[in-house]
Ligand binder design. Structure first.
Ligand SMILES: Cc1cc2nc3c(=O)[nH]c(=O)nc-3n(C[C@H](O)[C@H](O)[C@H](O)COP(=O)(O)OP(=O)(O)OC[C@H]3O[C@@H](n4cnc5c(N)ncnc54)[C@H](O)[C@@H]3O)c2cc1C
Length: 526
């Protein structure tokens, strides 16, 4: 790169000269990285594309020296502003995008964090292996983004969170040290001192932590202080879901299992919200692997704008929601019988249930960029689909009241909305269509978000599943957690990142007025 006559600040030209990878400070690159799927807009200073772990260490050293926040970016699909930063962006997708090794016998895959989940799924499928947590929903996410956000997936309710599939991580700490965290490897250096500081903190505060624990295990508020694990597992659990605020993940080792030979999917039309818990229970006891919910609005949009698969969306059966349930197995006949048992136990009129063909059905309702395009095609630019409750998670028995309350809020405020969710885990994602008026946009996004989170609280849930805290959820943490718990989150952050350079302002340190200033309609500039 020729820096002569360049308008790039000297600090960054100096950094670029030391890197094997590249930097970009062009207007186009900064604009592109100023948005994710949230309504926030934050212009970064510079985009870096590290080629090696040594490059990452140099970027962190630079950030630390000049006290500039640094955030990792995967594919930017997060819906809570988690990768937006007024500082340095580390884009992992350009060079950290390899599948490094598949160990067939050990059932292990070792990958770079910037590799897409689709690539992992396709690669494993060639070996007749899979990580059931990863579904079509994650195809456009990076595995680093999924691990760093502790995603909730349609398979979470049967196969657990991504944390149960991660067996080891390589990370770079805020002081530039590189470490491998895995069972059997004793922490050393700064990682050891982190462990030695965390353990007494969490033991001393154990009563407060137990009292403040969220009711739903897939919630991802703050740092994972709730688990009782010790040793390397405790450190891994801290990093998973920390959204790049504690360390930068440079390599991920995951567990795989043999891929089942057969999969069968049914579509279930739910007549009333009240039917939802019983239907989820029937799915659970009949071994459903993947369960996803979408509403009538998304279905109508898919039918109008969804392309060639139109006929699969249509239905004359009255319903408020649809569930998509996939079962799997190696014996086709036994799987068929399992499906018949499920259909029987759902106890719904036969016309409410349809057997689906093909594997790609879920993609049409879950993959973020596809869903975004659908919603935008509906609204044009007069109203903007804004994620106002991506992380809502409530006990399953409270789903009907929660959905009714969300509907009531939107009807009373004359707002169109859409709900989807990994309801097997109690997760709901809410999108509100907000008028595209720069004078009222931020207020309306905040009001709808606050309403959705308050409903989650009322029904004994929380607000940080799905996209995690990011920026938006962090501002609302005081709604769900006592000042003492929030103080423990701050102490955990301080132990890992004492200079507060790693993804600053996520998980701790922002309030509603901070995010309100950064919520802007799509065509507005910072
Ligand atoms: C319409 C829609 C639906 C969604 N549905 C769901 C859902 O059902 N369940 C769910 O869980 N999520 C959902 N999401 C959120 C999104 O899919 C996740 O946040 C996903 O993890 C993003 O992946 P990404 O590669 O785009 O990560 P990014 O958005 O780029 O990053 C996400 C976070 O991870 C951090 N990060 C990324 N890579 C690293 C790394 N190597 N080291 C440290 N930190 C890192 C980033 O700093 C950031 O904080 C949805 C989003 C949208 C827009």
């Amino acid at each position: 790169m020729d820096f002569k006559n360049s308008r790039v600040p000297t600090l960054y030209t100096d950094l670029a000269r030391t890197l094997g990878g590249e930097i970009d400070t062009s207007y186009h690159a900064l604009e592109k990285n100023s948005r994710d799927f949230s309504s926030c807009k934050i212009l970064p200073h510079i985009i870096t594309y590290p080629k090696t772990v040594e490059d990452i260490k140099k970027i962190i050293a630079c950030a630390d020296e000049y006290k500039i926040p640094v955030a990792v970016k995967g594919n930017g699909n997060n819906a809570s502003g988690a990768s937006l930063v007024e500082g340095i962006v580390i884009d992992m997708t350009k060079y950290f995008n390899r599948i490094k090794h598949v160990d067939m016998l050990g059932n292990i895959i070792n990958v770079d964090p910037g590799v897409s989940c689709k690539k992992i799924r396709e690669h494993l499928s060639g070996w007749n292996l899979e990580i059931p947590f990863l579904t079509e929903q994650n195809d456009n996410d990076t595995i680093g983004g999924v691990v760093a956000t502790k995603n909730v997936s349609p398979s979470s309710f049967e196969h657990g969170g991504i944390n149960s599939w991660v067996i080891g991580l390589s990370i770079v700490l805020s002081n530039g040290e590189q470490h491998i965290i895995e069972d059997g490897i004793t922490p050393s250096g700064k990682l050891l001192s982190i462990y030695q500081s965390l353990f007494p903190l969490l033991s001393t505060e154990t009563h407060i932590i137990r009292g403040g624990k969220p009711t739903c295990s897939e919630d991802n508020s703050g740092f994972n202080i709730w688990g009782q694990s010790i040793g390397p597992r405790q450190l891994i659990n801290n990093i998973i879901g920390s959204q790049g605020t504690l360390a930068i993940i440079t390599s991920i080792k995951l567990r795989t299992i043999p891929r089942p030979l057969f999969k069968k999917t049914i579509r279930i039309r739910i007549p009333e919200y009240q039917n939802l818990p019983d239907c989820i229970l029937a799915c659970k006891v009949n071994g459903v692997d993947n369960l996803f919910m979408y509403d009538v609005l998304l279905e109508n949009l898919s039918s109008t704008f969804g392309g060639q698969d139109k006929e699969i969306y249509s239905s004359s059966t009255p319903h408020v929601l649809t569930l998509v349930a996939t079962q799997s197995g190696n014996d086709e006949k036994a799987l068929h019988e399992k499906q018949l048992r499920l259909v029987k136990e759902l106890n719904l009129p036969s016309e409410s249930i349809t057997c689906m063909r093909g594997d790609n059905y879920l993609h049409n309702f879950t993959e973020p960029s596809h869903v975004k395009k659908l919603l935008e095609s509906y609204s044009g630019q007069t109203v903007i689909p804004c994620i106002t409750g991506d992380g809502i998670i409530v006990p399953i028995e409270n789903l009907p009241e929660t959905l009714l309350a969300i509907e009531k809020y939107h009807n009373e405020n004359h707002l169109i909305f859409n709900t989807t969710g990994n309801v097997g885990s109690g997760h709901i994602s809410v999108i509100t269509f907000i008028p595209n008026d720069i004078n009222t946009f931020a207020d309306k996004v905040i009001n709808a978000t606050e309403a959705c989170f308050s409903i989650a609280k009322k029904y004994k849930g929380s607000g940080s599943a799905g996209s995690g805290d990011g920026l938006i959820g962090t501002a609302f943490l005081p709604l769900f957690y006592s000042p003492k718990i929030i103080e423990i989150f701050s102490k955990v952050k301080n132990i890992w990142d004492p200079n507060n350079i790693l993804n600053t302002n996520k998980k701790i340190g922002v309030d509603v007025s901070y995010i309100k200033q950064r919520i802007l309609p799509p065509d507005a500039s910072c």
